[in-house]
Design a protein around this ligand. Sequence first.
Ligand SMILES: NC(=O)C1=CN([C@@H]2O[C@H](COP(=O)(O)OP(=O)(O)OC[C@H]3O[C@@H](n4cnc5c(N)ncnc54)[C@H](O)[C@@H]3O)[C@@H](O)[C@H]2O)C=CC1
Ligand SMILES: O=C(O)[C@@H]1CCC=N1
Length: 271
Amino acid sequence: MNANQQIAILGSGNIGLSLAKGLVTANICQPSQVILTRRNIEALAEYEEQGYQTTSANLKAVKKADIVVLAVLPQQLNKLLDEIKPAIKSEKQLLVSVISGVSCDDIRRYLEMNIQVVRAMPNTAIAIGQSMTCIATDNGSPKNVNLVRSLFNTVGVTIQINEELMTSATALCACGIAFFLRSIRAASQGGTEIGFHAQDALRMAAQTAKGAADLLLQLSSHPEQEIDKVTSPKGCTIAGLNEMEHHGFSSAMIKGIKFSAEKAGELYHED
Ligand SMILES: NC(=O)C1=CN([C@@H]2O[C@H](COP(=O)(O)OP(=O)(O)OC[C@H]3O[C@@H](n4cnc5c(N)ncnc54)[C@H](O)[C@@H]3O)[C@@H](O)[C@H]2O)C=CC1
Ligand SMILES: O=C(O)[C@@H]1CCC=N1
């Protein structure tokens, strides 16, 4: 972003604030170029002290912004769109939506406007520059898609996918943070039961998970290839692994991800 541009994040909750922190930490913009909105702006006091613009006035924020990020819950979106519609100029702003289960077309239809919309599905690791962000659009120009990708590339890794796969991307990557965290937590609980203090067990489990992920990412290898290197014949790894599989370890993860993807597809249109 150049120094004159401003980005408005409408709905500065968990993911909106993670995005703001990530962009500032990566030096993409100064806090003063980021307008954070939230209904209760007292919750943003610490951000205001750090130099971010904070307001509950979405309309004013949109008027000032070049890039508008929609970051409210799916069920809060229509009310927000009603509020900001008068300030949206298709030739001025780019709309970026991180909202699960809402298509680019849903947004255009609701606004009754032919504005470019690019969807981005980050995860909360964006706050530390480690997001896996999936990008999709049905009418964004290559220039705008590249702009959004370049923003999110500074706070992790991006991949462009077909929009139909965005609910799947939500389950695998955005919800995925919680799934992997729960498995690390479970490993640490096992570690405590076999003798480590809880704090040590958690650190040991987290670093082991990080090492496992990096083996795949840095060596471009397959999990089973790396697993084969750990499982000594008649050893304790294969014994533990098979015991986990007898209890449905892989199956639980697969079923959970499928269920999560189904739910992601229903979030906007339910109730
Ligand atoms: N939390 C996550 O890891 C991810 C969330 N998402 C999507 O991002 C969106 C937000 O999720 P979270 O940050 O988890 O929810 P959240 O509830 O933490 O944040 C939403 C924020 O929007 C604010 N808000 C609601 N209506 C508003 C309005 N009219 N004007 C201004 N602010 C308003 C709420 O006060 C709240 O702070 C959802 O659509 C979710 O599907 C996408 C990827 C990852
Ligand atoms: O749980 C949710 O609905 C949101 C979407 C992806 C991550 N959190």
